[in-house]
Design a protein around this ligand. Sequence first.
Ligand SMILES: NC(=O)c1ccc[n+]([C@@H]2O[C@H](COP(=O)([O-])OP(=O)(O)OC[C@H]3O[C@@H](n4cnc5c(N)ncnc54)[C@H](O)[C@@H]3O)[C@@H](O)[C@H]2O)c1
Length: 254
Amino acid sequence: MGILDDKTIMITGAASGIGRATAVEAGAEGARLLLTDVNDEQGEAVAAEIGDGATYLHCDVTDEASVEAAVKAAVSGLGRLDCSFNCAGILGVVGNIGELPLDGWKQLIDVDLNGVFLCTKHQINVMAEQGSGSILNMASAAGLIGWPGASGYVAAKHAVVGLSKAAALEYAEQGVRVNSICPSYVITPLVEKDLFEDVLGNDEELIGAARANHPIGRFAQPEEIAAAAVWLLSDKASFVTGSAMSVDGGYTAP
Ligand SMILES: NC(=O)c1ccc[n+]([C@@H]2O[C@H](COP(=O)([O-])OP(=O)(O)OC[C@H]3O[C@@H](n4cnc5c(N)ncnc54)[C@H](O)[C@@H]3O)[C@@H](O)[C@H]2O)c1
């Protein structure tokens, strides 16, 4: 018996990192999955690794037609849509706000915020019609506190927390739960490549300072976020809606 037995789930950003780890964990807990991403080669590989019960479909979360088609494919392929994890995201443009280019800002907001809006919009209509559903949106510790040098990311993630709370209130009576999840630093390509390598130049002192901000004394593995995500998606979390769950080793506790 798995906690997601008989549940159908759509996951965005499922080709890598936290989305991939959640797909694997949800499959192990009995879910049937529609995995989506823009990285088709890696997405297909994740579906193949999970095997029976997982299929992959290209979906760019910034494109409403693409999102609408993926939600329709989930319903027609899986029979219904019980849960969704809107995990796709990018680190995007970094730098102090006085130096940020508008096009980089817009790209970041498009993926990290508009993508979550479009997915939630189309998924919630299906779930409201069914009279049940659970949507989990990927925010971040940066959705709860400020991070210097990342105002676009911080703005998008704060907005994801707010959007999820508002949607939770709007659809509670129709049986749809909407939550967000707020990890701090998780060892994925977004952190190892885009942040540590490209932004911090693999400077051990800077990386050590980031690590030291975690009272638990280390960064997270994607599986540790996946465990919380699967629980929030499942009926085990039947009384949880409108929450922004920190999974951050105590990062935002001080
Ligand atoms: N890694 C962390 O420390 C951390 C912490 C908090 C929140 N997050 C959030 O978790 C989510 C996943 O990040 P990750 O660390 O696993 O990164 P990742 O780079 O490993 O995975 C992100 C995935 O999103 C996909 N993606 C990017 N743009 C897309 C688009 N337009 N449409 C569809 N898919 C798209 C990528 O192809 C990739 O497979 C992101 O929203 C990120 O902001 C990450």
